[in-house]
Design a protein around this ligand. Structure first.
Ligand code: NA7
Length: 545
């Protein structure tokens, strides 16, 4: 029940973020009979898909799998139009879900959380909002997204450019017209790779500043046929189950052979199949050892480098676009539409920052160690303080006055990527050390939401006021997450998975690579084993044991 006790409002649960995590959390809690409020800093729902409106923004999980599975009618009434959904269609879907389940009446827009403090005596969170209000809540759920705290490049003069600048993660809602302009784009991750081809079609000239080349493959995006959509709708239950049991949250045939035990022809035929299907997972799972064995990985990497060399006409540009410094898959691989071909255009130039580093942004453009560039607009496709940025950006104070930021200063520590020792009744949807960004986010979001629902119902049914992960359970999970990562090639890359894109951030493989099926099973066993690794306290016990 929502109540006001004269000191501010009180609800059962405060949820931060009205993206896909927060929206389903709200709906699910309502179904379970809890009173929840969502606080959202934007003025609409959709999270990632609300903010990332840059040209070409598109999901690279196939749309038939990138949707909610919790409501069969919703599944049947909604039809995706393309193989990979463009951002506007996903945002329309998010709005459709908000309307269909009447979610907006419990979402407060343009409201951020600045600070949250656990009151141990009362066993509630006091949540301070940007509107100057303090809301009390027994439970506090951060559904703030893994890629929502954007970052600018750490370059001298970054705010000094006098023309317009745009960050891909905060794109203007009305769009941007680059016609006739000289544009500089900094960054060649997924956002740069998706947007550069479209910016180049419009602008007079585009200069792309690349620090690290990425592996990308053509998405092969196209309209879905009615037959494809209806056949999926007829088979949704089985497909969803397969997604839940899979490694990355998308059903895929598992490989049986090592890349090193087959002939070169057989190997390349398999890679060619993944490449022509435009399927990231198919390429990474073409063989058993692509993401675990460097020599096996090298064969996939060289296959993609040869594709780049065959597409890009200028040999030096082609070589500059070829990644050599990380195994394929260990930085987020990308799907594109005409990315490499874009460098054959007369109005596009690639600047290799490994050869000539960026030195400064000036009022009129960008300087490298060798050249000065004049621009009319600059696009920062420079990414996010991933996984932890949105969490530690709120001043979250747990039991005994420890803050989350302090607790994680040497690396993230969580139990299951869901709860943190010292922070009772605090939950992170798709938090660090859960499969999160190593999966179809929809699958991982739904699993976490339902797990939180199970925990809250258990507490209510057993007259408990609080739950907390034990230190031992958290230590175990940190170790387990690290061991899973160490068995792969991921730690070899300087990636945002490792926190390496943010100066000073501890170098830890944050997402859990054990697979969504395995992870779900681990969570289910923990619940079945009387919530192993958690302590709970009675509603009447004054403080956590
Ligand atoms: P990413 O993937 O983090 O890409 C950011 C890009 O910006 C990447 O190429 C960076 O180079 C580059 N960057 C960042 N800082 C600098 C500086 N200081 N100088 C030069 N270049 C810089 O972010 P995206 O938004 O593209 O994608 C995020 C995720 O969204 C994506 O992986 C999908 O999951 C969806 P670097 O590689 O660090 O050398």
């Amino acid at each position: 029940m929502t109540q006001s006790n004269g000191e501010g409002r009180s609800v059962d649960v405060v949820i931060v973020g009205a993206g896909f995590g927060g929206m389903y959390m709200l709906h699910h809690l309502r179904q379970l009979g809890f009173a929840a409020k969502v606080l959202e800093r934007g003025d609409g729902v959709g999270g990632t898909w609300y903010w990332n409106r840059y040209p070409g923004a598109r999901c690279d999980v196939e749309s038939l799998f990138y949707s909610y599975s919790f409501d069969e009618q919703l599944e049947q009434e909604w039809s995706w139009s393309e193989k990979y959904s463009p951002q506007p269609e996903i945002l329309t879907y998010a709005n459709h879900v908000a309307d269909r389940f009447d979610l907006r009446r419990d979402i407060e827009f343009e409201t951020a959380v600045d600070r949250a403090v656990w009151d141990d005596a009362a066993a509630v969170w006091r949540i301070h909002t940007s509107k100057g209000e303090t809301i009390s809540a027994q439970h506090y759920v951060m559904a703030s997204g893994c890629l929502s705290h954007s970052k600018l490049p750490e370059i001298k003069g970054v705010h000094s450019f006098r023309g317009p600048t745009y960050h891909t993660g905060h794109w203007p809602h009305e769009g941007v017209d680059f016609t006739g302009l000289r544009v500089g784009v900094i960054g060649t991750g997924s956002s740069g790779i998706q947007s550069i081809p479209l910016i180049a079609q419009q602008a007079a000239h585009v200069t792309v500043f690349q620090r690290t080349p990425n592996f990308s493959m053509p998405a092969g995006n196209r309209l879905l046929t009615e037959a494809e959509v209806s056949s999926m709708k007829a088979d949704y239950r089985a497909q969803r189950q397969a997604a839940k049991e899979s490694g990355f949250g998308v059903p895929v045939e598992l490989p049986t052979k090592s890349a090193l035990e087959v002939t070169e022809e057989e190997r390349n035929a398999k890679y060619e199949q993944g490449w022509s299907e435009g399927n990231l997972v198919a390429l990474l799972l073409a063989f058993t050892d692509v993401i675990t064995d460097k020599a096996a990985n090298d064969t996939a990497a060289e296959f993609i480098r040869n594709k780049i060399r065959s597409i890009v006409k200028d040999p030096q540009t082609a070589e500059d676009l070829c990644p050599f410094d990380h195994p394929v898959g260990t930085k987020r691989p990308c799907l594109d539409t005409g990315y490499y071909e874009t460098f054959n255009r007369q109005n596009v130039r690639l600047v290799n920052l490994r050869r000539t580093p960026l030195t400064e942004i000036t009022p009129s453009g960008v300087c490298t160690s060798e050249e000065t560039f004049e621009f009319d607009a600059i696009v920062f496709a420079t990414g996010f303080d991933a996984m932890t940025g949105a969490l530690v950006n709120v001043d979250i104070e747990g039991r005994d006055g420890i803050t989350l930021k302090d607790k994680w200063k040497d690396g993230t520590r969580t139990y299951l990527g869901l709860m943190v020792h010292g922070f009772p009744n605090f939950y992170t949807i798709t938090g660090p050390a859960s499969p999160s960004v190593f999966s179809n986010m929809m699958v991982s979001i739904e699993q976490h939401v339902e797990l939180i629902g199970t925990i809250l119902s258990h507490l209510r049914n057993n007259h408990k006021s609080a739950i907390e992960a034990t230190k031992e359970a958290e230590d175990f999970w940190v170790e387990h997450n690290n061991e899973a990562g160490a068995a792969t090639l991921y730690p070899l890359a300087n990636s945002w998975y490792m926190g390496s894109n943010v100066p000073g951030k501890p170098r830890v493989l944050m997402p859990y690579i054990g697979g969504v099926g395995v992870y779900r099973q681990e969570c289910d066993e923990i619940v079945a084993d009387n919530f192993r690794g958690f302590t709970m306290r009675d509603a009447r016990t004054p403080a956590m044991a």
